[in-house]
Design a binder for this molecule. Structure first.
Ligand code: GLA
Length: 378
């Protein structure tokens, strides 16, 4: 078990017992992609894989240990303007946003264990932020709810780590609920939890093409959306529908028009998905998820050959309800909803078909849907 691994690693490396333990999950997004920074609608689930952190308060500098990256990363909670390099930016950045909000954070000794596939677009960075938010909360005892911690995680990512992400990943990691998808309004942060029928399995189809999220391509998409909203005279694309967009077609260049068309149609698909999923409408689920993938590929241009091959293989596989790329794109993974008792036949079709199309060995992981970030008993 990963908590045991974290405890053992901590004892061996630091030679002392940690005081607290926490877990924060990764996420998989069922639908609603690249809508969160447009004030729109998303439908992620927290998964039963994520990041465990154990730790305690210490004098002197903070010291970190990780099962995958090894020891040696450190930062100083009393001088956070000196940013550490690599993954230590996440704990340091959380100390920075928490200090600003709740007063000075202490230095810590902490050990991190993750079982999230890396570079697959399941939000290891949001999980890291939420894990350290909970760790500091457990050690210091400040009052904060899950939404507030999610917003602080996003602030860490935007202002300290320097990635201009939306709020979906942090909200999913903070506020997930076991066996439920979260219908999240990313503007009001209202959540409606939608049960996912246990006869459906959520399968992560990892292309093993690391998500080279060029931050510049992500930021470019954001600016194109902002330009489209401005041209349409709405605060955000969330406030526009397809009809309005079509009426402005002549005023937008082709690329900006297609970016905006993805966002407004994806918002509509995301809202429709709630009822479609609740009704177990197999054709409806298939069409909405395929529509999302095609729109991300053709209009938003964030897919790649591997994601297209994986989704294409999944669409033809036995047991499939729906499949699409998930996360920011440019590599990473697809998500598929699959009849649970046909998962074996599904993967037996998808992985060889993917290999044939790309020459690459992909991976299929059945994900449980889990609760959000939490303090664990040790
Ligand atoms: C990344 C970002 C999210 C969201 C997705 C795309 O995961 O962190 O905020 O924008 O991409 O839906």
């Amino acid at each position: 078990m990963s908590l045991d691994r974290a405890l053992t690693l901590h004892r061996n490396y630091f030679g002392v017992e940690p005081k607290v333990a926490v877990f924060a999950p990764g996420r998989i997004n069922l639908i609603g992609e690249h809508t969160d920074y447009n004030g729109g609608f998303v439908m992620p689930c927290a998964i039963d894989r994520g990041i465990w952190v154990v730790g305690r308060i210490v004098d002197g500098e903070s010291k970190l240990m990780s099962d995958s990256a090894g020891p040696g990363k450190s930062f100083d909670a009393s001088n956070l303007d000196r940013k550490p390099s690599g993954w230590a930016k996440y704990p340091a950045g959380m100390a920075w946003v928490l200090t600003e909000r709740f007063g000075t954070m202490p230095n810590i000794e902490a050990t991190v264990v993750s079982n999230l596939p890396m570079g697959s677009g399941v939000s290891s960075s949001a999980a890291m932020e939420l894990a350290f938010a909970k760790l500091f909360q457990a050690l210091v005892g400040f009052e904060s709810d899950a939404k507030q911690l999610a917003l602080l995680g996003q602030k860490c990512e935007n202002q300290y780590v320097g990635v201009n992400c939306g709020i979906m990943d942090q909200m999913a990691s903070a506020c997930g609920r076991k066996n439920h998808a979260m219908c999240l309004d990313t503007r009001s942060l209202e959540i409606e939890y939608a049960p996912v029928d246990p006869s459906l399995a959520v399968v992560l189809l990892d292309t093993k093409k690391p998500r080279a999220l060029s931050d510049s391509a992500y930021n470019e998409r954001r600016s194109q959306c902002e330009a489209a909203a401005l041209a349409m005279g709405v605060p955000q694309l969330r406030d526009a529908n397809l009809e309005q967009l079509l009426s402005k077609k002549g005023e937008l260049d082709d690329v900006t028009f297609r970016r905006a068309r993805h966002v407004v149609t994806e918002d509509a698909r995301s809202m429709a998905f709630k009822q479609t999923l609740a009704a177990g409408d197999r054709n409806g689920i298939f069409a909405l998820m395929k529509g999302s993938h095609d729109s991300l590929k053709d209009d938003y241009e964030v897919s790649c050959a591997e994601l297209d091959a994986m989704a294409g293989a999944a669409w033809l596989a036995p047991g499939v309800y729906g499949a699409r790329m998930t996360g920011a794109g440019f590599g990473g993974a697809c998500v598929a909803l699959v009849a649970r008792d046909e998962v074996e036949a599904f993967t037996a079709h998808v992985l060889p078909a993917y290999k044939q199309a790309t020459g690459k060995d992909g991976d299929a992981i059945v994900c449980g849907i889990d609760d959000g970030a939490r303090i664990l008993a040790i």
